[in-house]
Design a binder for this molecule. Structure first.
Ligand code: GAR
Length: 203
């Protein structure tokens, strides 16, 4: 089996898509859902699906390093092989990432490397782009800089408000993130040995 952990800070609609479409199929099991926010709705979604949850607010720990060590210990203890960031809105420390080598993926609501960081859709709108999109990538020590696994674009030439863009973006995310997880679980995703910036897909 392929046990995964999901980290989420907010609503958890991407977590819900994972629970609904990959959890319990093809050997993939969500074994842990963690958050930095104690009352994140995502945690309630996990509990409803019978998945173990825990919250690791920064304020409960001496610093970020200590918090991320506790978080990594908890995830490792649940046996997860992959960590999925589904709207997890804090940076992970390099020592957390070192515990899961090439085993942390993130979904970002823009076509990276355009518009990294927070409020990506708002950044894209402010720039006047006509093509929006979603990126699923491995997490490295930078902000949304790791090797890209999957991307999908959507043309919205007349979009004016973040809400209308997010409606389309969420629909794409809810398909693309589960797809990436299935590919990784199947062993169909690897880093190009000739160029570690690049991901090779065997589909
Ligand atoms: C998603 O749109 C995700 O792409 C974004 O947070 C949202 C979480 O929604 N993540 C980032 O912006 C990361 N930089 P959800 O809680 O409904 O899954």
């Amino acid at each position: 089996t392929f046990p995964i952990a999901v980290l989420a800070s907010g609503t958890g609609s991407n977590l819900q898509a994972i629970l609904d479409t990959v959890h319990g199929r093809d050997g993939i099991e969500v074994v842990a859902v963690g958050s930095n926010v104690a009352d994140a709705p995502a945690l309630e979604r996990a509990r409803r699906a019978g998945v173990e949850t825990a919250a690791f607010p920064l304020a409960d720990h001496s610093d970020r390093a200590a918090r991320d060590t506790a978080l990594a210990d908890w995830i490792e203890g649940r046996g997860a092989r992959l960590v999925v960031l589904a709207g997890y809105m804090q940076l992970l420390t390099p020592s957390f990432l070192a515990r899961f080598p090439l085993g942390v993926v993130n979904v970002h609501p823009a076509l990276l490397p355009a518009f990294p960081g927070l409020r990506a859709v708002e950044q894209a709108l402010a720039h006047g782009v006509r093509v929006f999109g979603v990126t699923v990538h491995f997490v490295d020590e930078g902000v949304d800089t790791g090797p890209i696994i999957l991307q999908r674009a959507v043309e919205l030439p007349h979009a004016r408000e973040a809400g209308e863009v997010f409606e389309q973006i969420h629909a794409i995310e809810h398909a693309l993130l589960p797809e990436a997880i299935r590919l990784i679980a199947r062993g169909a995703v690897r880093i190009d040995p000739a160029d570690p910036r690049r991901v090779l897909l065997d589909r």
